[in-house]
Ligand binder design. Structure first.
Ligand SMILES: [Zn+2]
Length: 227
């Protein structure tokens, strides 16, 4: 068998059933981050490594993302009871994935995280990635649905450091804007712009984003009135 030039096989030992398997990961020289969206979605040139972030065990169906922390002891009992038991047939998505496969893998991770009662921040970070995958698929309604879930989780989330907290506040405002809750977005951005302890980085990000939004809205209204 020849070497796959796009992917390598990562070995996994399932934390749920302890069986071994392998799952594709994109080779580091096959992608490059060239930009990011206003909600920090990385834009890649080449392949998209995000499609391979969730490892799904082909034996029992357990789905693992590196952001998960409640992956032991009593939490795994909840996962077995709430997630594994009702699962029909485990999916086999350990090789090349379509966007739909990737969405399925993140949805499984979302269910595992819910079963093990992961913190809101973990839930938010999984939900936003499902939304991003729907954005790539150009399914606006489902994208908005998951952006809203992510926004609500960010609204309850805490981080262990200042940078993390500011990121959460920014994303709360940004996602509010994207789902059409402009007043909530405005409140969130103003909080960052005028906050005394807020870092320059997030002050600037919030100011630029809100000003761009106002400018574009004004331009759109002008076009409508003149058109
Ligand atoms: Zn397993």
């Amino acid at each position: 068998m020849g070497i796959n030039i796009y992917y390598y096989e990562s070995k996994i030992e399932c934390q749920c059933c302890q069986k071994k398997s392998t799952t594709y990961k994109v080779r580091p020289n096959r992608y490059k981050v060239v930009d990011q969206d206003t909600d920090f979605m990385p834009i890649y040139d080449g392949l998209n490594p995000m499609l391979y972030e969730v490892a799904v065990c082909p034996h029992c169906g357990y789905a693992y993302h590196k952001s998960m922390v409640r992956t032991f002891g009593p939490f795994m009992e909840f996962v077995r009871e709430i997630y594994i038991k009702p699962l029909q047939k485990p999916m086999s998505i350990c090789q090349e994935r379509t966007l739909d496969d990737a969405i399925a893998s993140f949805k499984l991770a979302y269910l595992v995280a819910k079963a093990s009662m992961e913190e809101s921040l973990v839930m938010a970070n999984i939900a936003i990635k499902i939304a991003w995958l729907y954005r790539l698929k150009e399914e606006k309604k489902l994208e908005i649905h998951y952006l809203r879930s992510a926004r609500d989780f960010y609204g309850q989330a805490f981080a262990s450091n200042k940078e993390g907290e500011e990121r959460i506040h920014f994303l709360y405002a940004e996602l509010s804007l994207r789902i059409g809750e402009t007043e909530e977005a405005k409140k969130g951005f103003s909080h960052l712009i005028s906050g005394r302890d807020v870092s320059d980085k997030y002050k600037k990000l919030a100011r630029n984003r809100w000003e761009d939004y106002k400018y574009n809205t004004a331009k759109k209204e002008k076009n409508v009135n003149e058109g």
